[in-house]
Design a protein around this ligand. Structure first.
Ligand code: ATP
Ligand code: MG
Length: 686
């Protein structure tokens, strides 16, 4: 006998929210309210079951999703401030939280650095003595997959299939050793090290388990072995029933290339035999036509779990497929269509999203949006934090936090140039290697005078003293308790290194100006977080904490969003989100599905196409009301126009691919184009 569902939930959703007899898995298609179940369940635990918010943790896929979830929960609580006491974060942020408190337990000092994927790449490049980017990328991927699979260098070498992998495994060993010498961790370590810690140190594991009464996980299909292991270690033990709710959709698993395994959904049933599996079937997001298309596409993949999806939103407008002559026209027409539709229907700009497979597709679209004066934001592209000028400033902050961070040392000491040359750094590097100390320490170590002339040593020592002074100020107990505030330290830093003049010396005026603007934007952003203003925990942060936080802003995050702007996003970064009107562009063979290695074994190719199909499914199911799909007959690749075919996925949606309009020879005036687009909007193709 089922009770009346809770307010705003249907019967199975309500069941999932109130189920507390043991572990629970909600397995359901897109837009069926899985994420809603998580937010409601957290509110239910606090309001109706008396859980202390500090004992509840929820894991999301991006920081942005975490922030949104926390805001939603706050709205559901009688005391919204309680939401701040929850742990709502990505796996990586949770890992940092654990490591910050338990650094010593894994052989790290408290002030460890987190190094990003670019720096890892440079390190691998040095260790492998190669400049071949493809080799570096291959080794980096191998290492990451091993780390995520909890395979250590020794085992990796034993399991190596060929000489390439053996090379990766050997570099893996020296990579681990080097990171440890830098007192640095990479992104994968943020989860791997807590796993190691919990496995080897029962008292610490017990302590964390006691703090955690309930765990919730969104997008569970994209967890990897290591993340799954961390979950298991956190929820089993202490003789308690494992208490967690995971929600996921096997049809939306799109991170196999990063080591995620959808098999984890099945493993959950084996590892937790009393797992309650709840299915949701009503979709609250999209029209029936959109759902039919999504179901038709995904129906071509083998099924892991049986699911069906229906909607009460009515049939809705037909999906439109647009064949375009080339990518310039595609971009132009999408921009014009959005513009026309925006004014015609009086919609907000933020009702529109343009989704694409790869970042490289964004540039031409961006240009057209600009031309049409359409505001837009981009996520999933090059992150603000990856810009050279921002990385320069971050290198100083990292060094302030951890002087053993050699990659940060090298970047900071040479930017701006202060008379420290390559050969000086090489000598210093060899010396520090012999003494097993960091570059920073080597500058003051006895014996270095014999190797470096006074002229070479002076700028190095001046630099180190400067960092030491700044560091002392940053950590001196000040009126607020945690030293001079981050804002002051940042301002002094920028002034002392004369960064603005450096930019004007190095770049032309326009570039320098824009870079300096970025720096100011970044420091303001940091200052706000430093004061705890915009940050969700409301705590003041010192420079060290800020630096670690910045390192976590991954490529999926994007910048703070303009509230009323068209969203441009990669399909990967669009996961979990929804938009009234979606334009899926570049839906061509070779792009979606992405062309991979054509010589790979047949089963690998099949698996890849299946993953691409799931990506298409994710794209289609972001749309609430209308969906436009476009493909081009020709597209520029590496400066050349190549012929393209419409993606097989368009046919799988049971849609007519249409003919490319207008043809290349037809050059329309802007007015004609607008008229043509209005026509297209009014007369559906499929
Ligand atoms: P995805 O698989 O894309 O992550 P999801 O299963 O997490 O989707 P949600 O994002 O939670 O789905 O919900 C999709 C939309 O449906 C949201 O706008 C949500 O507010 C709405 N929704 C969910 N459940 C209900 C309900 N019972 N009544 C009304 N609206 C609902
Ligand atoms: Mg969701």
């Amino acid at each position: 006998m089922s009770k009346a569902p809770m307010f705003g939930l249907n019967v199975p959703q309500s069941e999932a929210v109130t189920y507390l007899d043991g572990p629970c898995l909600v397995l359901a298609g897109a837009g069926s309210g899985k994420t809603r179940v998580i937010t409601q369940k957290i509110a239910h635990l606090i309001e109706d079951r008396g859980y202390d918010p500090r004992t509840i943790a929820a894991l999301t896929f991006t920081n942005k999703a975490a922030l949104e979830m926390q805001e939603r929960i706050a709205k559901l609580l009688k005391q919204p401030r309680q939401a701040k006491q929850l742990t709502v974060s990505t796996f990586h942020s949770l890992g940092v939280k654990i490591l910050r408190q338990e650094a010593n337990g894994v052989g790290l000092k408290d002030r460890f650095s987190i190094i990003d994927s670019d720096d890892c790449g440079s390190l691998i490049q040095d260790l492998a003595i190669t400049t071949d980017k493809q080799i570096v990328r291959r080794i980096q991927t191998d290492i990451s997959l091993w780390k995520n699979g909890l395979i250590d260098p020794v085992l990796a070498l034993q399991q190596a299939r060929d000489e390439d992998q053996a090379q990766s495994a050997r570099i893996y060993a020296s990579y681990v050793a080097t990171l440890s010498a830098y007192q640095a961790v990479d992104f994968d370590d943020l989860i791997r090290l807590p796993v190691e810690l919990f496995r080897n140190n029962e008292p610490i594991r017990d302590k964390w388990q006691r703090r955690l009464r309930y765990l919730l996980m969104d997008e569970y299909q994209d967890t990897n072995t290591c993340q799954y292991e961390l979950v298991k270690l956190m929820v089993t033990g202490l003789g308690k029933k494992p208490m967690f709710t995971a929600v996921g959709d096997d049809d939306q698993a799109i991170y196999a290339w990063r080591g995620a395994s959808v098999e984890n959904l099945k493993t959950l049933q084996t590892d937790f035999p009393d797992l309650a599996v709840i299915k949701l079937e009503q979709n609250y997001r999209s029209t029936t036509r959109i759902l039919q298309a999504a179901n038709a596409v995904i129906g071509n993949n083998p099924k892991l779990f049986e699911k069906s999806l229906w909607s009460e939103h009515g049939l809705g407008e037909p999906i439109k497929v647009l064949g375009m002559a080339n990518d310039d026209q595609e971009a132009e027409q999408v921009a014009i269509m959005i513009s026309a539709d925006h004014f015609e229907r009086k919609n907000k700009w933020s009702d529109y999203a343009i989704l694409y497979r790869g970042n490289h597709q964004a540039r031409v679209i961006e240009q057209c949006l600009r031309k049409e004066r359409i505001p837009y934001t981009i996520s999933g592209g090059q992150s603000f934090f990856d810009k050279a000028e921002i990385k320069d400033i971050i290198s100083y902050l990292r060094l302030l936090a951890n002087t053993d961070d050699d990659p940060a040392f090298i970047r900071a000491v040479t930017t701006p140039r202060r008379g420290v040359g390559q050969s000086t750094l090489e000598t210093l590097g060899t010396f520090s290697g012999q003494w097993q100390c960091s570059l920073f320490e080597a500058v003051f170590k006895g014996g270095i005078e014999a190797l470096l002339a006074e002229k070479q040593l002076r700028p190095l020592r001046e630099f180190c003293n400067f960092i030491n002074d700044l560091e002392a100020r940053a950590s001196r107990p000040g009126p607020g308790g945690s030293g001079d505030n981050a804002a002051q330290v940042l301002d002094d830093l920028l002034e002392a290194i004369n960064y603005e003049s450096y930019l004007y010396d190095m770049f032309d005026e326009r570039a320098a100006q824009s870079k300096w603007q970025n720096v100011l934007e970044f420091t303001n952003w940091l200052k706000e977080r430093g004061r705890g203003g915009k940050d969700r925990d409301g705590d003041e942060k010192n420079v060290l904490e800020l630096t670690q936080m910045v390192a976590l802003m991954s490529m999926l995050e994007g910048q703070d969003e303009d509230p009323d702007a068209v969203r441009m996003s990669t399909l990967h970064a669009s996961k979990g989100l929804e938009y009234p009107h979606v334009f899926l562009v570049g839906v061509e063979e070779g792009i979606l599905p992405h062309k991979g290695d054509a010589d790979a074994p047949a089963e690998q190719i099949a698996a890849r196409v299946q993953e691409e199909r799931r990506l298409m499914y994710v794209g289609i199911t972001r749309a609430q009301r209308t969906l436009h799909i476009s493909w081009c007959k020709k597209r520029k690749r590496a400066g050349e126009l190549v012929h393209c075919d419409p993606s097989r996925f368009i046919k799988e949606m049971a849609l007519d691919v249409g003919t490319a309009v207008p043809t290349e020879s037809e050059v329309l005036t802007p007015k004609e184009r607008l008229a043509r687009m209005k026509e297209l909007l009014a007369t559906p193709k499929a």
